[in-house]
Design a protein around this ligand. Structure first.
Ligand SMILES: Cc1cc2nc3c(=O)[nH]c(=O)nc-3n(C[C@H](O)[C@H](O)[C@H](O)COP(=O)(O)OP(=O)(O)OC[C@H]3O[C@@H](n4cnc5c(N)ncnc54)[C@H](O)[C@@H]3O)c2cc1C
Length: 404
């Protein structure tokens, strides 16, 4: 996505763009939910009509997330994008999206292992295994999750109580509609389960299922067994076991230093409950390119920390929004849900305290909660946002029964 964005914003070719990857290190290959801004972004980056993009992604139109069994009320509710039933995102096959974007990136592809990336005078130095180092003006570091978290480099946001996913692939549930894209509205299902929750993402070629849980609280065998039971009640008799993926919930303290921009899972990650990873990458790439291409170079030393703080602040706001979904528990009074509601979520105040993170994401999040608790929300506040719009907060709050 970064390479395609550079290609679009610097079309005249008086620069050299290298796309570096290591074919021995696979991409994560999940990431099948998105936000509506991706629909516009892919149209711009590929210059293809929306219908063609959707077909290429094996995509369906996602109008929101359907929650089952979450919160105090034990009822189903939908978190719609705004405006409701107008705005949609894609459910997409993750591998097809990188193929599509590669076609839009005019870059030299280099298959090599990067050993180190460091800031040097006026740019960044990339060191390779078995190849001479290269110096660049700007490097996007998209090497995926850090192997481990260090408090001086990463903000640990494990107030989000999950850390592992089991991914299964099942036959598609949505039929083809002739040659055109699939137009029926679809929703990501997020189903509360005793050990966590299960996502169900409908694509035109398969349905993706993922069980998100905490491996310190539940064993893989317990989760697999509950996953089997769920699929059986869903009427699914065959599935392909895809992967077991451990993940950290974190925000990097140094997302952008002026020459090196961490993006994607290298910059921040949180479990996929609200599918916030691709939209976060869009924001990271967009901000960095905006500053580097539109602001005079002499401002860079001053701009970089401001951009860095802005990105950390936004990633934390997403994190708080996602973690808050656990604050009212679920229909299950299980070890996982007791931990999520009573132990993990209350830690958000310390983890996101301004003095610990250098920005006021927590204050902005608190303001949204206060706003919802007012008996009348003034019209001038209707368009307020904290990572996501006020409408999203209100739908989730009412659905979970936060105010009851
Ligand atoms: C269970 C789960 C569900 C998810 N669901 C969603 C979702 O619904 N929506 C969403 O937006 N996101 C989702 N995500 C997030 C998704 O993982 C990311 O959006 C997406 O994979 C972006 O990853 P990335 O490119 O940052 O890293 P990766 O996919 O890990 O890619 C890393 C790349 O860097 C290269 N690389 C790594 N190390 C080196 C090295 N030393 N030298 C050279 N190259 C290197 C690799 O070859 C690879 O190409 C989910 C994640 C998980 C775990």
């Amino acid at each position: 996505m970064a390479a395609a964005s550079v290609t679009r914003l610097l079309p005249d070719g008086d620069h050299e763009l290298h796309h570096i990857y290591d074919s021995r290190i696979p991409v994560i290959g999940v990431g099948e939910g998105s936000w509506p801004s991706l629909v516009q972004e892919l149209r711009k980056l590929t210059c293809l009509p929306h219908e063609t993009v959707q077909k290429r992604l094996n995509g369906t139109r996602k109008y929101g997330v359907a929650f089952e069994g979450w919160g105090r009320r034990n009822r189903e509710f939908i978190h719609y994008f705004t405006p409701q039933q107008v705005s949609y995102a894609y459910h997409l096959s993750a591998d097809t999206m990188s193929d599509l974007l590669q076609e839009s990136a005019r870059a030299r592809h280099i298959d090599a292992k990067v050993l180190n990336i460091s800031r040097v005078e006026g740019g960044a130095l990339v060191e390779f295994e078995g190849m001479a180092s290269e110096r660049y003006d700007l490097v996007f570091d998209a090497r995926g999750f850090p192997k481990e978290l260090h408090p001086d480099r990463h903000i640990d946001i494990s107030f989000i109580p999950t850390n592992t996913a089991v991914i299964r692939r099942c036959p598609t549930m949505v039929g083809a509609e002739g040659d055109g894209p699939f137009l029926q509205p679809t929703y990501t299902r997020a189903v509360a389960r005793p050990h966590g929750w299960i996502f169900v993402i409908p694509l035109t070629v398969h349905t993706s299922y993922g069980y998100i849980f905490n491996r310190d609280l539940s064993s893989l065998a317990q989760v697999e067994s509950d996953f089997d039971a769920f699929l059986e009640t869903d009427g699914i008799s065959e599935f392909e076991q895809r992967a077991v993926i451990p993940f950290p919930n974190f925000v990097h303290r140094q997302i952008f230093d002026g020459a090196v921009a961490r993006i994607g899972n290298a910059a921040a990650f949180m479990e996929p409950l609200e599918a916030t990873a691709i939209v976060s990458a869009q924001l990271q790439i967009g901000m960095v390119l905006h500053i580097r291409l539109n602001r005079p170079a002499e401002h860079l030393e001053r701009d970089a920390p401001v951009v860095n703080r802005f990105l950390i602040d936004n990633m934390l706001r997403y994190g708080l929004f996602v973690g808050w979904h656990y604050s009212c528990g679920s229909r299950y009074d299980s070890k996982f849900w007791r931990h999520a509601r009573s132990r993990a979520w209350p830690r958000h105040r310390k983890a996101a305290a301004p003095e610990a993170v250098g920005c006021d994401a927590l204050g902005k999040f608190d303001e949204m909660i206060e706003l919802m608790n007012q008996s009348v929300i003034d019209k001038s506040d209707w368009n307020r946002m904290c990572a996501v719009p006020l409408t999203s907060y209100c739908q989730v709050s009412q659905g979970l029964g936060c105010q009851s």
